[in-house]
Design a protein around this ligand. Structure first.
Ligand code: NZQ
Ligand code: ZN
Length: 384
């Protein structure tokens, strides 16, 4: 097991009728900027509940944070934060709204060009405190210190992390997810699956407890996903899927494990260049990354075939690993997520060329051993 340190400062408030509790989590003397997306919270009643709860607070609003939140939009919010002396940010919506708000929190206190936070890993020394009411189970952003931001002018997408942008609190009311379009529910299921796999399916560092947690999450997710898709108003299933998503990327399960993240890195480029959803990009890339890297991931993929997919443990590891790759793809397809670039109208040669060139220029290498070169990324995408 690798050495690790862990501190998760976010207070999680989970369950039905919890939105009203937001009033107790933000001191009355704070001037709040409430951030949200393009209006889903107005349609599903979440906006009204938040406003009612905060009727004795001072609340300004910033709407229009788009999916895959854009630097250009977020910088407009930074202006408001500075001009209005905002001292608390409240994100209400999906992972994009929350990620965007984390960036606003850091950029508002940053001296210099905030884009450097994303491209140069510039140090974040201070940030406006933030909390959230998360309405989409997918990113785990509600309990992690990360955010992913895109730039319209350059078609780029980068992540940053800082302990200073951990949400102070996250309110998770599974009932808010009843209104999700099926496509977004599926995206969230795929994202949760792949987060868990980026942390699990690597080389074995002797982490049996963590491995069992991660495989347990996958088993739970696969069962509950089917229930949610069959009956979107099944509260228990919605609650279980949400908790899977939160735990899928709060990094608790993978402490001391070796992590991969190459599927995400390639997927982010596909989103940046072709505008497909995050969950769509992952379903395309993961199976092929596994195929290319089967040898080094063999033990973990084989264990998963037995524990998750019920395969015979006496089969050769090589065959077991193939079973996991095949069954994972089948699972994505069974919940309605297609797994080929062509399914989304993307020319694989164009993608392979553009993305491998970008990685070459940036000197990017990927994978748990940092041995996936831009040339291999080219090959991976040519098979997607
Ligand atoms: O814009 P609004 O009106 O809010 O509508 C959103 C959006 O159109 C809608 N939506 C959200 N909750 C809803 C709802 N519609 C009806 N009912 C609800 N309850 O869903 C659409 C997608 O929302 P978005 O926030 O973009 O989705 P998601 O939560 O999947 O976030 C995706 C973003 O998170 C990043 C991705 O790269 C992408 O930019 N990620 C963030 C991570 C992190 N912070 O740790 C890790 C992930 O790997 C991921 O990269
Ligand atoms: Zn993800």
């Amino acid at each position: 097991m690798l050495n690790f340190e862990f501190q998760a400062p976010t207070k999680v408030i989970f369950g039905r009728n919890t939105i009203q509790k937001v009033k107790d989590e933000i001191p009355k003397d704070k001037k709040i900027l409430m951030t949200y997306g393009s209006g889903s919270i107005r349609k599903n009643g979440v906006y009204k509940k938040v406003m009612e709860a905060l009727k004795d607070h001072t609340v300004l609003e910033f709407a229009g944070i788009e999916p895959n939140p854009k630097f250009e939009t977020l910088m407009k919010a930074v202006e408001i934060v500075k001009n209005e002396n905002i001292d608390f940010l409240l994100a209400v919506g999906g992972g994009s709204t929350l990620d965007g708000t984390k960036f606003i929190a850091a950029a508002s206190k940053f001296e210099g060009d905030p884009w450097d936070i994303l491209t140069k890993g510039a140090e974040i020394k201070d940030a406006i405190p933030l909390g959230d009411i998360i309405t989409l189970p997918a990113t785990g952003s509600e309990m992690n210190p990360g955010a992913v931001i895109s730039r319209l002018s350059t078609d780029e997408k980068f992540a940053f992390m800082s302990p200073l942008v951990y949400p102070r609190f996250s309110i998770i009311d599974p009932e808010t997810t009843y209104s999700l379009p099926e496509k977004q529910t599926v995206n969230g299921i795929v994202d949760t699956f792949v987060h868990t796999m980026e942390q699990y399916a690597t080389y074995d560092a002797n982490t049996p407890l963590q491995d069992e947690w991660m495989l347990g999450l996958i088993k739970t997710l696969m069962v509950e996903a089917k229930k949610v898709l069959k009956n979107p108003n099944d509260y228990e299933a919605r609650a279980n899927v949400f908790w899977c998503a939160t735990c899928g990327l709060n990094y608790w399960m993978s402490l001391g494990c070796v992590q991969d993240w190459s599927t995400h890195m390639i997927g982010h480029e596909l989103t940046a260049l072709y505008g497909i959803d995050h969950g769509e990009s992952l379903a395309i890339v993961l199976p092929r990354v596994w195929k290319n890297r089967k040898n080094e991931k063999m033990r973990k993929l084989a264990k998963m075939a037995v524990e998750v997919f019920g395969a015979n443990e006496f089969l050769p590891k090589n065959i077991l690993a193939d079973i996991t790759i095949k069954k994972t793809k089948k699972f994505f397809e069974s919940i309605g997520r297609r797994t080929k670039l062509a399914d989304y109208g993307i020319d694989k040669e164009d993608a392979a060329k553009k993305i491998s060139q970008r990685f070459k220029k940036r000197g990017t290498v990927l994978g748990e051993r940092q041995t996936i070169t831009p040339d291999e990324v080219y090959e991976i995408l040519m098979h997607c």
